[in-house]
Design a protein around this ligand. Sequence first.
Ligand code: PAF
Length: 276
Amino acid sequence: MDLIHSVDALRLRLQHEPNNVFVPTMGNLHGGHIQLIKIAKPRAACTVVSIFVNRLQFGPQEDFERYPRTLESDCAKLRDAGVDVVFVPDEREIYSEPQTFLVEPSDLQHILDGAARPGHFRGVATVVLKLFNMVSPHSAIFGKKDYQQCLVLTNMVRQFALPIEIILAETVRAADGLALSSRNDYLSAEERREAPHLYQLLCEAREAIAAGARDYQPIELDVMAALAHHGWKPDYIAVRRQSDLQPPAEGDRRLVVLAAARLGRARLIDNVEVNV
Ligand code: PAF
């Protein structure tokens, strides 16, 4: 496994690898990331993983400074998973000058997580476009836990005609249902016991919709109230269309229930799809 820090060295290493698959990450790797790599490996001769905590996608009050940086254990996991190239640029490598050109996902960046985290998806899209230009992958893999991010990046690739196949992987969960996330590390032991409740409530919402409920607002409000009752601070619970995350119109059949809520220091997001 090659550990590479500069764009020049990365391009040199990949110049004879026309067939590479890319898994961008911010490190602090868990089973969800390893699952992305498992999906990636059989699809290409060379698997590239990046580790870069991207300041541009964090708000001023968010956890950029304290985001866990665990390079040594990350590299051990990547080596075990059979990754070929790990790209770990520092900030000057990615942002060698102020980033004045930005990718604006204008339709999606003001709703749901975009509304709760202004500028977040602009930061994500901008860094992922840069990483794509550095790695030149033929495909790239993202986890559906970050549902809105998946849509932003799929739309970006399509609208800019990037020659990259985007593969979306199902959310990996702990045995009790909690979606794996680097931010789960912020939970106390007591909060960790409470955390799977979010997924349970999303499943109940999914069952209600699958059973025929079409008035979504009471479902959203019930989940919000249940979370608040158990000490969470919900940002949003929303039943939306899978295709564009807009409120469903009559006859829309492919839906997703999305949630973001704070539990102690952690802000957790999760979602479940429901096809009615
Ligand atoms: O999902 C993440 O870890 C990040 O948003 C990504 C895609 C690596 C961009 O920084």
